[in-house]
Design a protein around this ligand. Structure first.
Ligand code: XIL
Length: 314
């Protein structure tokens, strides 16, 4: 294949996706490249709780609908992101004082409205995002504090009820290699499967640092796959200390190749998504001081060495 989407499709029908910035979709150069190169889109922000239910009971579908329509026009899948997450919560939810019964009702309603609206249009959902601490224990988010351990199983059951055909994922960062956090996640998904909870996949965000692709990435993907789960690399970027230079860009190409090969080595690793189109679109410089240039395209839409490495690895 001569594009990422074609080459990924030729690898056992995998998808290669990108996180889309809603405000860039009206830029034709941006939109054309997203359509040409990628077979899946994830909303970078517009399906998050703060955007989609900004006040209680009021849903704002504009950005989500725009992305789903774009994907349909371009024969792309949509990866849904995200339903239950401690970050980017609307103020009413973040600051509200809810009983367990109230928060359950609020969450079930959110999930049934959002998953229900896009039923049949969104093939996979990140149902729960970033539920773990680095040591593998549960993050004390609002749901953990109010409802307790059972909130994760409940969220998956609600999503499954709203769209029985959607594949439901748990997603996190720093879970790419075998470590305490990924083992916490592994133990949880095993117990969910034992309990018959409808969970179908694990998302490894894959926000990596140059030269630090975990050596156990493939083995980690394989252990989740061996549970019968799908694995998706959901938010790939590989950041470098700025300024970039040609040797860093070559290292980045090698790192992207290694990530791609690790997924391809496991048949249940069904897709990969990069977390933004161009370096300048990335969240990285805003969050990781001094780092940048983590993606496959330059700000002038040129392919970087990392692009060529991914295309040739696929
Ligand atoms: C980031 C977006 O890229 C930014 O635009 C936003 O300001 C903050 O969130 N893990 C996730 C993503 O699951 O939703 C985050 O996206 C990046 C980290």
């Amino acid at each position: 294949g001569s594009t990422l989407r074609e080459a990924a499709a030729d690898e056992g029908g995998r998808f290669y996706g990108v996180a889309v910035n809603d405000s860039m979709l009206s830029n034709s150069q941006y939109a054309n490249l997203v359509a040409q190169e990628f077979s899946s889109v994830t909303a970078e922000n517009v399906m998050k709780w703060e955007t989609i239910q900004p006040s209680q009971g009021q849903f704002n579908w504009s950005g989500g609908d725009r992305l789903v329509n774009f994907a349909q026009q371009n024969n792309q899948k949509v990866y849904g992101h995200t339903l239950v997450w401690h970050s980017q919560m609307p103020g009413w939810l973040e600051n509200g004082n809810f009983s367990a019964a109230q928060l359950r009702q609020i969450t079930n309603n959110h999930i049934s409205q959002v998953v229900g609206r896009y039923a049949g249009d969104i093939e996979r959902w990140d149902v729960v995002n970033e539920a773990f601490n680095e040591d593998g224990t549960r993050r004390q988010n609002k749901w953990q504090q109010t409802i307790g351990d059972g909130y994760i199983a409940e969220a998956f059951r609600a999503a499954n009820a709203a769209d029985p055909s959607a594949k439901l994922f748990i997603n996190d960062y720093n879970v790419e290699g075998i470590n305490s956090k990924s083992t916490g996640m592994y133990n949880l998904v095993r117990s969910l499967l034992d309990q018959g909870v409808p969970i179908h996949g694990v998302g490894l965000q894959t926000h990596l640092i140059l030269g630090q692709v975990p050596s156990s990435l493939q083995q980690n993907i394989q252990r989740f796959a061996d549970l019968g789960l799908e694995v998706v690399l959901t938010e790939i970027d590989i950041r470098m200390q700025m300024p970039s230079d040609s040797s860093k860009l070559q290292q980045q190409a090698n790192d992207f190749r290694a990530v791609t090969q690790a997924c391809l080595a496991v048949s249940r690793c069904t897709g990969m998504t990069v977390w933004g189109l161009r370096d300048g679109d990335s969240w990285v410089p805003d969050v990781f001081q001094g780092y940048g240039a983590p993606l496959l395209f330059t700000d002038s839409y040129q392919k970087k060495p990392a692009y060529d490495a991914v295309l040739s690895a696929l």
